[in-house]
Design a protein around this ligand. Structure first.
Ligand code: ZN
Length: 452
């Protein structure tokens, strides 16, 4: 039996309940509208947990960087539009890519979101904006430097909604309602056959290190360069098939809140999620982050930069609706709520009407590496994006300048080159390079040339 089958705790839902005083002020607004406003504001108040966060880091190479911005606003000057952003960047071959991403990623996400969206539409548009921003950040960094790359784990928290975009092998785990949820990717070649196939198809070589005598050792790596990660920001010198397209997961916590741990592989190479959560249980975030890092360093030694951010979503005190349920803390119950989805699966939005205040609800998940799908997702605000703006870099396009993301789509019968969204010439070139299309076209023309 799963712990989820008992669901008698929460008290938030229940439709239009509770003492309505809708008619106050004698205005002519229809009663139904007032009632609805009241239900919405009641719900919003109950869905704003207090955030507490802590950070601890022990450096070996000095290539881990963090971004902590607990107070941001969707609409500047409007406190009710607040959200929080946390990021972890584990750099390699230098720290340029990590620093550049830390400094630019949030701005790129925000500029990929249309202005004036309401909260619901903003949250629905966020996954696509994160994809565009990761690609733009990677593309812009290319003009600064060729070597250095970074993992990115970027978390945006708005009320009970947690949205995580990730490339590389830093991780974000959530403990809520007595279960542990993995909210980030593990983009190591060792972890995904699908990613190995994608990179080989795009022109990369993936294999283990060959030592003298022919023995293969260590993890799967991409050659030349020897990178173990299949996705990152930067790594221009390795090849464009090491793409910056993130896994994006969006969940809605129950009103009981939860704890997020965002940490670099220095932590995860030493500790499982369960151990990290258990060893820090009951500690405030700052002390918890320190405890987790020290535990990791104690068990494996300081072999790598080891960084941990802990974020608690705490039910507001005095708010009965936020009373935590009486459940056992997680004892290694891994919830497999996310069905593994591939690029050939269609919808990735769950039914947004479904509202159970007592469980962690999956809203969105997509890891597909191809932009034609990621920029074209069928979320409700699709039509709010202006057609004549590049979907990645947001530059304005003149008529006839835009190139449909469906241009050179390999799926027969699905060629919709007159359909948006559109890319500018330079972002289209980036997309082709990431998918290895230019390379395969070049090599096929070379082949047909040499066969004559
Ligand atoms: Zn562009």
């Amino acid at each position: 039996m799963s712990t989820r089958s008992k669901s008698a705790t929460g008290s938030v839902g229940g439709g239009s309940g509770g003492g309505s005083t809708a008619g106050a002020g004698g205005s002519t607004v229809p009663l139904a509208v007032l009632l609805r406003r009241e239900v919405v504001s009641e719900r919003t108040a109950a869905e704003r947990p207090e955030l507490q966060h802590g950070l601890f880091s022990q450096a070996k190479k000095g290539e881990d960087f963090t971004f902590l911005k607990p107070e941001c606003e969707r609409h500047p000057g409007v406190p009710s539009s607040s959200f929080s952003a946390f990021g972890l960047f584990d750099g390699h071959n230098g720290s340029g890519a990590a620093i550049y991403t830390k400094e630019n990623l949030l701005n790129n996400i925000l500029s990929a979101l249309p202005a004036d969206l309401n909260r619901e539409d903003w949250l629905a548009a966020l996954p696509r904006a994160m994809v565009a921003a990761f690609v733009k950040t990677d593309k812009d960094f290319q003009t600064k430097a060729r070597s250095s790359g970074t993992t990115v784990t970027f978390v945006i928290i708005d009320g009970l909604f947690v949205t995580v975009a990730s490339v590389g092998d830093s991780r974000c785990v959530l403990e809520a309602e007595g279960s542990i949820y993995h909210l980030s990717a593990d983009h190591r070649f060792d972890a995904s056959k699908e990613e190995v196939d994608r990179v080989i198809e795009a022109g990369g070589d993936v294999g283990k290190l060959n030592v003298v005598g022919g023995a293969e050792i260590g993890p799967l790596r991409c050659w030349p360069g020897g990178l173990c990660l299949s996705r990152s920001i930067g790594d221009q010198d390795v090849g464009q098939f090491i793409v910056p397209v993130p896994l994006v997961k969006q969940v809605k916590l129950s009103t009981a809140g939860g704890r997020l741990i965002i940490a670099s592989d220095g932590v995860w190479d030493a500790l499982t999620a369960e151990v990290a959560l258990n060893c820090s249980r009951g500690l405030p975030p700052e002390a918890a982050a320190e405890k987790i890092v020290k535990e990791a360093v104690h068990s494996k030694g300081l072999r790598d930069d080891t960084t941990c951010i802990v974020v608690d979503l705490v039910p507001e005190k005095g708010n009965l609706a936020m009373a935590p349920p009486k459940r056992q803390p997680g004892m290694g119950v891994f919830k497999n709520m996310f069905r593994k989805k591939t690029c050939s699966d269609s919808s990735s939005h769950s039914d947004r009407e479904y509202m159970d205040p007592d469980i962690v609800e999956e809203i969105f998940e997509d890891e597909c590496a191809f932009l034609s799908r990621r920029l074209d997702s069928e979320y409700p605000v699709r039509n709010m994006f202006k057609l004549f703006i590049c979907a990645i870099c947001q530059v304005e396009l003149k008529p006839n300048q835009g190139i449909s993301v469906h241009e050179d789509s390999s799926q027969p019968g699905n060629l919709r080159r007159w359909d948006g969204p559109f890319l500018c010439q330079s972002c289209q070139e980036k997309k082709e390079a990431m998918e290895g299309k230019r390379r395969s076209r070049d090599s096929s023309s070379r082949n047909s040339g040499s066969s004559e």
